[in-house]
Design a protein around this ligand. Structure first.
Ligand code: 2HA
Ligand code: ZN
Length: 270
C-alpha cells in the first residue's frame, strides 16, 4: 500500500482547506468539502474491505451507492486540517442501500462527516446528473458574497447580473449564473434538498446570510468559481453606494459570449 498522506487527492485537499482558511472564508468550523474519489486510485492507498465504522447518513442516496468520498469532519476547523488530516478528514463509501457511510480512513478521534453531509451528497447527485465529470462540492462563508445578501435583491437573475457586471471574467467563468436560496436553517435534509435542486442549473448556490456552495470537476475549479464570485461581490460592495458612470452592458456581455464561445443563462441578457 502506498502512503495515503502522499496521495494527490489528500495533498490537494489539505492545500485547499488551508488556502480557504487563509482567504477568511472558513472561520472556526465554518465550511465543508466533499470530493468524489476514484475507486481504483483509492485502492492503491487503502484496503477497501476494511470498514472502520458504519455511520448512518440520516438520508438515502441510492444513486451514490458504492461511491467513495473524501469529506471534512463536523465541528472541525479548516485551519487545523494540515496539522492532523486523519482527525479532521474522513474517507467513506456510501453503503449499498445508500443510507450509511462506511468509514475507511480518518475521523480518528471518533468524529464524523460534516453537518452539511445531506446538502453535499444530494448536490453530488444533482451535479453528476448534468455533468458526469463533477467531483467536488465546496461550502464556505465568503465575506463579500455574504454581505451582498443583506443589501442586494435575492432574485437570481438580478444577483447574477450584478456579479457579471463587476468584472469581465465573471460571465466567462460562470455563464450559468448563480442560484440563490433564501435564509434557511442549515445542517438538515430540507436545505440539502433545496440546495441540490438549485445545483441542477448552476454550479454556484448562494445561501443568503450564510455562505456559498460551489461545484466542480476538481478542487481548483470549485475554488476558482467561488473566488471569482467573491471578487465580484467585493467590487460590488466597494461601488454600490457610489454613483455609477458605467458598467458592463448586456451588449458587451454578448460580445464575450461570442469571443469565448460560452452561452449566458437563457433569458438573462437583453
Ligand atoms: O460546517 O459551515 O454550514 C459548518 C458550516 C455549516
Ligand atoms: Zn456554513
Amino acid at each position: 500500500m502506498k502512503d495515503i498522506l502522499q496521495a494527490p487527492f489528500l495533498v490537494e485537499m489539505i492545500r485547499t482547506t488551508d488556502n480557504m482558511y487563509n482567504h477568511g472564508w472558513d472561520e472556526r468550523n465554518g465550511g465543508n468539502i466533499s470530493v468524489l474519489l476514484d475507486e481504483k486510485e483509492l485502492a492503491e492507498y487503502l484496503d477497501l474491505d476494511r470498514v472502520i465504522r458504519v455511520i448512518p447518513s440520516g438520508f438515502s442516496a441510492p444513486e451514490l451507492a458504492g461511491r467513495y468520498f473524501l469529506v471534512t469532519g463536523t465541528g472541525k476547523y479548516f485551519k487545523n486540517v494540515k496539522y492532523a488530516p486523519d482527525v479532521n478528514l474522513g474517507i467513506l463509501r456510501i453503503s449499498k442501500d445508500g443510507e450509511n457511510a462506511e468509514l475507511l480512513w480518518g475521523f480518528s478521534d471518533g468524529g464524523k462527516f460534516t453537518s452539511e453531509f445531506p446538502a453535499h451528497m444530494m448536490s453530488h447527485v444533482s451535479r453528476l446528473a448534468v455533468d458526469p465529470e463533477n467531483k467536488v462540492i465546496m461550502h464556505c462563508h465568503p465575506t463579500n458574497i455574504l454581505a451582498m445578501t443583506f443589501v442586494h435583491d435575492l432574485d437570481e437573475k438580478a444577483f447574477t447580473k450584478t456579479l457579471w457586471q463587476m468584472c469581465t471574467e465573471c460571465v466567462i467563468v460562470f455563464p450559468e449564473g448563480v442560484n440563490v436560496l433564501p435564509w434557511m436553517v442549515c445542517g438538515n435534509n430540507e436545505i440539502g434538498i433545496a440546495t441540490a435542486e438549485k445545483m441542477k442549473t448552476a454550479r454556484l448556490v448562494v445561501w443568503a446570510q450564510h455562505g456559498l456552495y460551489g461545484a466542480g470537476k476538481d478542487l481548483d475549479e470549485a475554488f476558482g468559481l467561488i473566488e471569482t464570485a467573491e471578487k465580484a461581490a467585493e467590487l460590488y460592495l466597494k461601488i454600490a453606494h457610489l454613483p455609477w458612470k458605467q458598467t458592463i452592458t448586456d451588449e458587451q456581455l454578448h460580445l464575450l459570449e461570442k469571443q469565448f464561445n460560452i452561452k449566458a443563462r437563457e433569458g438573462y441578457l437583453d
